[in-house]
Design a protein around this ligand. Sequence first.
Ligand code: ATP
Ligand code: MG
Length: 184
Amino acid sequence: MSLHILDLVQNSLEAKASKVSLNVVEDLAGDLLVITVRDNGRGMSEGEAKSVVDPFVTSRHTRRVGLGLPLIDMYTKLCDGRLEIQSQQGNGTTVKAVFRYSHFDRPPLGDMVGTIRTIVIANPSLDFNYCHAVGTQSFSLSTREIVEALGDVPLSFPDVIVWLGEYLKNNLARLYGGVTDEND
Ligand SMILES: Nc1ncnc2c1ncn2[C@@H]1O[C@H](COP(=O)(O)OP(=O)(O)OP(=O)(O)O)[C@@H](O)[C@H]1O
Ligand SMILES: [Mg+2]
């Protein structure tokens, strides 16, 4: 799933969003995985928002088909879920993908640490918020808070990249109730 998440954030960036929020909810009690990406980009008209799960609808010019949303739509349906797109032209877009958590075909979340780190490091001026909940535990991170805490040190500074990876890894391990291996 992490690559699809990257796709969704990429769509937001292509829509010129300055603010993107990613929410991942592993609702164990409700047996749901809900991934939501909200942005303040250019948005879509009602018709556009309805038609984007059709692979032949795309605003890209290098290739005639867009694959991001149709694929995610297909995966959600395969897993007793759905893809919801809410958008308003000029006001941003919210894409919500719902899966049955325990469904046999549900793709694993994959490398969330690498994905989040890539988004943050590659887009230092993006106001990016990430919130991840597993059961009753949750964790959140905001690029703006990190940038403020860093002061003059740029996000791309090698030590910062290493720290961010460790920070994400430890917090995600905590969410899953795991112990982190210091030597890992
Ligand atoms: N967050 C968004 N804001 C505004 N428009 C969007 C957003 N996400 C998707 N779209 C519109 O929906 C179209 C289809 O998106 P999709 O991700 O399926 O394909 P793509 O981005 O065009 O191509 P690909 O993802 O394969 O590179 C986009 O071309 C864009 O016009
Ligand atoms: Mg796309």
